[in-house]
Design a protein around this ligand. Sequence first.
Ligand code: HEC
Length: 199
Amino acid sequence: MSQTPVTRQEGREKDDPYELDTPIPVPVLVVAAAMVAFGMSYILVSSPDQRAELGDQRTLADLAGAPGGKQGAAKADGAAIFAARCAACHQANGQGLPGVFPPLAGSEWVNGKPELLASILLHGVQGRITVKGTAYDGVMPAFRDQLDDDAIAAVASYARSQWGNTAPVIAAGTVGSARAQSASRSAPWKGDAELAALR
Ligand code: HEC
């Protein structure tokens, strides 16, 4: 590649770079081929969809519903209804917000007569209500149009079993009779004043 120098200056210059004809060393090729072979055989041999610790952990039994439950029938899930409809105000821990939303934990209304709690959930409350010795004056929405008897019974039973509450569950029939008894009602309960009569 070098040319015969013509002048002294040319003679001092380095040769131009040029490309060598050096093949990839065999050991490198062997390692690369081994890695490709390993990768392909790993994909073929391992079956990721059979690894129980990866991905969706639910079994067919979970998707079919709890054993003993009616097949396909959607059973109202009190915890889910609470999270969707109540927790924004009464908080996930049932403690409410001091001065604004009354607690459900330890509440005499939640743990009292089943018909009383059902009536509160059906029609809501507006006006001064005393919970655990503290007065609240806010607006509790009515759920008679949003939730059916099953759903109200489920969320009421959930509230009666959480956060230290141990009151017995409420049957959908109890909600149904409370609904029938107060069918003519369209306004929320006016707090203590009206609800005391139901206690
Ligand atoms: C928009 C906020 C809000 C939502 C949503 C809400 N509540 Fe209330 N709730 C209140 C307020 C405010 C009061 C007090 C009403 C008053 O001061 O007159 C109350 C009162 C109550 C009471 C009687 C007092 C007590 O603390 O025991 C119960 C029981 C109750 N709510 C249960 C529920 C349940 C169950 C749900 C969901 C199905 C729910 N609430 C959804 C705001 C809410």
